[in-house]
Design a binder for this molecule. Structure first.
Ligand SMILES: Cc1cc2nc3c(=O)[nH]c(=O)nc-3n(C[C@H](O)[C@H](O)[C@H](O)COP(=O)(O)OP(=O)(O)OC[C@H]3O[C@@H](n4cnc5c(N)ncnc54)[C@H](O)[C@@H]3O)c2cc1C
Length: 511
């Protein structure tokens, strides 16, 4: 039997997606002697995925034995032991890989791992650097994720690697007999094209943050969340991998960050995030968070960042058949309004990197737009926001009393953050959940080979980055980027060492 397929273009290695994982795969495959083509869905101006808008922090172990201990403890059995060992080894090499490419990085000297498990003391956090100084927000007012993307992109350009922007991959082409991946079907300039991958395909096209159907099936039915990163990450790699027989892993693993302001997030299609609530560094001020019943339900100052404990926000009430804490609202007073903008213009996140909206310093522009609702009394505010007015009033009275005693018996908000809400007018704004990234996708081994339902590699198919990442449960902050670099590099190198399928008689398309 001879299989026929119309190929329009060909290359040794085809890389799908141009974030850090795609860039590293392309560079490693090229440097190992392969001809490489990168297919990227976004236009050039908006390419770079979550990588480009990230914080750019890289958590790297300096000692493989400690890293193995630590990773075993945080993985909770979601990764086979042999892959943990190989992964620990690969992660220690991240600084060497970047420096080998002539990219300067420096240690941030920030606190080590927060999880109290053995091995954590051997990790260091790095970012891109200049003259020995880390270029990392908040140390420097720059987008270090963007800078690292720029540096890697430049190395791709310098090598003459072709990147086709606005060319989303749609499907993998598989030999039905040998199961080898032979190439990719993509869309380019309104045409469907076949791109032959003589050696292998690397999927590095990110997570499914923007795929509502996947989100409600894999994670939280009925809850809309707003991604902090690239809107182009729509789970395409998951669909393509499933289609050729891959198995999935780590689908429950997702990364939260501080909530966002709902109306602008809806308008701009990405999280316009407020770092007032659920932040790593709690903001002190006269504010509370309530649900539509007018009640507080959480410690506003407890960080949501990478939290794996169940969130109060996603608590589901089986009897009432509702998520009682969604929608949820930030309620504050005049003193807090004047304390500064609800949304700070940082150099992290899609809306900041692409300057989609600049928040006014005193929040007045957003009051004028109706994003923030204003009223003279808590009751009036509650009515405008569709919150239970009696309960909101009671909640504020009780919170203010607790402020006098500097105690929060119900939710244990730190005493120093408890400032009474008593200077009218009062304000309220609807918040929503922010997701940084998903971790799930096609299962892979430490050689970056994608595995089928029997845990066997699908020939000539590799994956790297947050599409099926290593992080199946507890996530050590700063490890996605390190993994995208480590595994992207391995995927590219291994893809380049495959024998071209049209020359390998064992894998001939003739059956
Ligand atoms: C705001 C923010 C801050 C973060 N900060 C940190 C941090 O400090 N440290 C850390 O370790 N992690 C951080 N992360 C997570 C980390 O940035 C990502 O997990 C990592 O960069 C993912 O890299 P990637 O290459 O796998 O995917 P991405 O960088 O998302 O790249 C995927 C690329 O694939 C493209 N694509 C999608 N579908 C297709 C298709 N069908 N065909 C072709 N191309 C396609 C996309 O357009 C995109 O360019 C952060 C994430 C966000 C959103």
């Amino acid at each position: 039997m001879r299989l026929q397929f119309q190929w329009d273009y060909e290359s040794d290695v085809v890389v799908v997606g141009f974030g850090y994982a795609g860039a590293l795969s392309a560079i490693a495959a090229h440097d190992a002697g392969a001809d490489v083509l990168v297919l990227e869905k976004a236009p050039e101006n908006f390419a770079g995925g979550n990588s480009r808008v990230s914080g750019g922090g890289m958590r790297v172990p300096i000692n493989i034995h400690d890293a193995i201990k630590y990773y075993k403890a945080v993985c909770f059995g979601t990764v086979p032991d042999e892959d943990i060992v190989a992964m620990a080894d690969a992660m220690t090499k991240v600084p060497e890989i970047l420096r080998g490419l002539g990219i300067e990085i420096a240690e941030l000297g920030l606190p080590r791992m927060r999880h109290p498990v053995a091995g954590g003391e051997s990790f260091r956090l790095y970012s891109i650097a200049k003259n020995g100084k880390p270029l990392f927000e908040p140390i420097a007012a720059v987008g270090s994720g963007d800078l690292l993307y720029g540096a890697l992109k430049q190395r791709v350009i310098d090598r003459g690697i072709k990147v086709w922007y606005e060319t989303p991959a749609k499907k993998l082409v598989q030999n039905p007999l040998t199961k080898e991946i032979l190439g990719v079907v993509a869309e380019r300039k309104d045409k469907t094209i076949g791109v032959k991958a003589r050696k292998a395909v690397v999927l590095a096209c990110g997570g499914y943050e923007n795929n509502y159907e996947m989100w409600i099936n894999f994670n939280f039915p009925g809850i809309k969340v707003y991604p902090w990163g690239s809107p182009y990450n729509t789970g395409d790699g998951i669909k393509m991998a499933l289609d050729v027989g891959a198995t999935l892993w780590h689908m429950i693993s997702i990364e939260w960050d501080c909530p966002c302001i709902k109306i602008p997030s809806e308008i701009y299609g990405c999280a316009v995030q407020t770092r007032v609530v659920g932040a790593m560094r709690p903001k002190v001020g006269s504010y509370i968070v309530v649900n539509k019943h007018g009640k507080r339900f959480m410690n506003e100052c407890k960080s949501l960042v990478h939290r794996k404990e169940p969130l109060e926000l996603t608590h589901f009430d089986q009897e009432r058949l509702e998520y009682p804490n969604i929608p949820f609202y930030l309620i504050f007073d005049e003193a807090f309004r004047l304390q500064g903008p609800l949304v700070k213009n940082t150099r992290i996140g899609w809306h900041n990197i692409f300057s989609l909206y600049e928040w006014s310093y005193d929040n007045s522009a957003e009051i004028d737009k109706g994003w923030i609702v204003k009223a003279d009394t808590p009751r009036e505010l509650a009515k405008k926001l569709n919150i239970n007015p009696e309960e909101l009033e009671k909640t504020i009275i009780s919170y203010n009393k607790n402020c006098e005693a500097k105690m929060d018996p119900d939710f244990h908000r730190p005493a120093e953050t408890m400032i009474p809400l008593n200077s009218p007018p009062f304000y309220g704004v609807e918040l929503a959940l922010t997701i940084t990234n998903t971790q799930g996708g096609p299962k892979r081994n430490a050689k970056a080979q994608v595995l089928d339902t029997e845990n066997k590699p699908i020939p000539r198919l590799y994956a790297a980055g947050e599409l099926g990442s290593f992080w199946g449960f507890v996530y050590p902050g700063g490890s996605n980027i390190a993994e995208a670099i480590a595994l992207g590099y391995i995927a590219g190198k291994n893809a380049a060492t495959e024998r071209p399928w049209n020359k390998a008689s064992m894998h001939s398309m003739k059956g």
